[in-house]
Design a protein around this ligand. Sequence first.
Ligand code: UD1
Length: 407
Amino acid sequence: MKKIIVNGGLSLRGKVVPQGSKNAALPILFATLLTDGVSVLRRVPEIGDVEVAIRILKSFGASVIRDGECLIVDTRSLKYTKPDSALTSKIRASSYLIGASLGRFGLVEIAPIGGCDFDKRPIDMHLAAAAALGVERFGDTLTAKKLVGGEITFDKVSVGATINALLMASVAEGKTVIKGGAREPHVLSLAEFLISAGADIAYDGDKVFVTGRPLRGGNYTVIPDMIEAGTYLSLAPLTDGEITVEGNVAVYLDAFLNLFKAGGASVTADSAQTTFRGNLTAEINVKTEPYPGYPTDLQPQLCPLMARFFGGSIEETVWRGRFGYLEALSRFGVGYTRYESFAKIHPSELKGASVHSPDLRGGAACLMAALAAKGKSEIYMPEVIMRGYERLEEKLSSLGADVKIVD
Ligand code: UD1
């Protein structure tokens, strides 16, 4: 079994070039299934979830080749295949097959959907969007002789359902209006890719107007990963260091930057780079919300900071059960009290520990605690963290961390 060995307690300093956004790259990869052509994608992160998505694309007959900084996806001759549950159950993003496969083949057999196990993850809104465009359901099979534009209204914000709605609407006959869709940067990034492939998508207030068209290959550079950026930036106050993330990540991270400013960290940010330095001087309290609120994917990473400094609290409104990682974090000395979707983190002394990665971002939080704690830690199953973090060992080492991944 693989593990990351960490000798913690070192100050981390230096620059990080962010990877492409995992949460943008995955829907874009599935969106290539809608196109009859060759797509050229840049800054697709080399992470576990992307590798699985590529294997799923290949199972439909796509050719996917990495050529330097480009990923070239040829979807000209595809054939419908029943999705392989051994692959779909590894990643949550396999749910985008609903929109992509219905859009391309008028058919999808829903296979088990994977991803982090922190709550029930329903797909009723995805199915309602499909039904609004003329899809019929027979058990786990969804079919449509042709997708026909219509009105899709979401009464709660769902990233996944909005992505499936955009995928289907882009190739449906006629016009679709999507109301109440998610506005996360990765959703807008998907729309940008689809537009590069010939889609007709226009945003107006809280509505999105889509007119279906045949799509050709797209040409697109994936936006930087705000969650990876936020994780590395958090390491600066946590380890008495100074970390700069290059590029314009600040544009996506308002809520995160404001939280750290309120906590007393020194934050400088512009369109070229973002730098964190200095310790926290106050407790931090956060409520996760859909964008532009504080992202749920950056909540576990706050706990080691709260523990090391003045404590704080997290109210989780997106995934009410997203606190399973706290038990693993408690092995590093993090004291907490949990009340359903709310957790209080107590000021605590961090210490080295051996744990299994509890989930992707919870595993990142454990790694952060290990980097801050003096002494040796071991985190088993780093693959869980590497589902979302590219070249983890190399990037941390370049900041001065003593980390090694061994088998
Ligand atoms: C969510 C997050 C996303 C994050 C990802 C992984 C939001 C709005 N979404 O996206 O930022 O990257 O988890 O952590 O912050 N829901 C339903 N029915 C559905 C679909 C969703 O009730 O058909 C509910 C979910 O139970 C959840 C909420 O809607 O409480 C948001 O889910 P959704 O945005 O769809 O999840 P992801 O796309 O996985």
